[in-house]
Design a protein around this ligand. Structure first.
Ligand SMILES: [Zn+2]
Ligand SMILES: [Zn+2]
Length: 327
């Protein structure tokens, strides 16, 4: 099935999730590359991502020539940009070169990515995967250790399983297991944080909190007027409220939660739920209210498409409204 006219960022995401099981993944890869080059992407900035995805699909089917062509075009499409996506594209290109037996070129591609390991959360996984494809796990261990030490020195131990440091710890832990190395103190820390993440994910799955209650603008103002004590939990103003939510959703998505939704709340609804003697400022009451909304209809799916209407109802495009609030 050919791709539709305007391929959006959300389409890319769902293609990433479904292409490998599709009947004709190579056709999808070719269509993606074609859409990127013919300017049929809703957001032209997505060209590098579309081509990287095409490369990964072709690589998964061992079509290394096509994969390398797509990956090279992805790197070109990014031009002078420098961010995590570019690192991923280059690491994918290096991985394909390793698989194709072109180890020297692969090393030349992946070596300059070394300083990026402390900059971008995904870099550790992509760079390790490239080195692993070339049988260079020892090199991966050395690079990850160096990056981890420098990140720990400048930022201190992470308290939560998130961010660059956690991904470095986690990736290094995996690589060291693959090498059959004994746990060191960093592996112990990695395991502690991984356990905490697994527990938090399990808890979140069984008991939704009040974290995703969303008060649309007029409701937010009315809620704070009625219960000023809610400001620390939901934000001092509506911008802060939306920023809290966007960041929380990004964080949850990062832990692997799928099907995230915002739970639209109203003052009348919360008042009714709390009942005569219930106190809406009690987090347990709000969690119960959130659970009630989560069990009904009318939740707001997140994330919207980059160019789609923002989830907050402002009428602006997501990429111009709440998407940047998480940064
Ligand atoms: Zn372990
Ligand atoms: Zn918004």
């Amino acid at each position: 099935m050919p791709l539709k006219a305007d391929v959006t960022s959300a389409d890319l995401k769902s293609i990433r999730e479904s292409a490998l099981g599709a009947a004709d993944p190579l056709g999808i890869a070719a269509d993606l590359a074609e859409a990127a080059e013919a300017g049929r992407l809703a957001d032209p900035d997505d060209a590098g991502q579309a081509l990287t995805l095409a490369a990964e699909i072709a690589e998964s089917r061992s079509k290394l020539d096509a994969a390398l062509r797509y990956a090279s075009r992805a790197v070109e499409a990014y031009g002078d940009r420098s961010d995590g996506d570019v690192v991923n594209a280059k690491a994918v290109r290096a991985r394909i070169l390793f698989r194709a037996g072109r180890a020297d070129e692969a090393m030349a591609e992946v070596e300059p990515l070394r300083p990026q390991l402390t900059e971008y959360p995904d870099a550790a996984a992509y760079v390790s995967a490239a080195l692993a494809a070339g049988g260079q796990l020892k090199v991966a261990e050395e690079w990850l250790t160096e990056a981890l030490r420098s990140a720990l020195a400048s930022r201190g131990e992470p308290a939560e399983p998130e961010g660059v440091l956690f991904f470095l710890l986690q990736q290094r832990h995996r690589v060291r297991h693959a090498l059959g190395l004994q746990h060191d103190q960093h592996d112990n820390l990695a395991e502690k944080l991984e356990t905490r993440l697994a527990n938090a994910t399990a808890r979140a799955a069984e008991a939704p909190g009040d974290d995703l209650l969303f008060f649309p603008k007029p409701e937010f103002e009315a809620a704070l007027a009625k219960w000023p004590a809610l400001a620390p939990a939901y934000g001092a103003d509506w911008d802060e409220h939306r920023a809290h939510l966007e960041r929380e959703l990004v964080r949850l998505a990062g832990t692997g939660r799928a099907g995230l939704t915002l739970l639209p709340a109203t003052v009348a609804g919360l008042t009714a739920f709390a009942g005569g003697d219930g106190d809406a400022t009690d987090p347990k009451i709000r969690a119960g209210y959130a659970e009630r909304i989560a069990g009904g209809t009318g939740q707001i799916a997140w994330p919207p498409e980059r160019n789609g209407a923002c989830w907050c109802g402002s009428g602006l495009k997501y990429k111009k409204c709440c998407l940047p609030r998480s940064r």
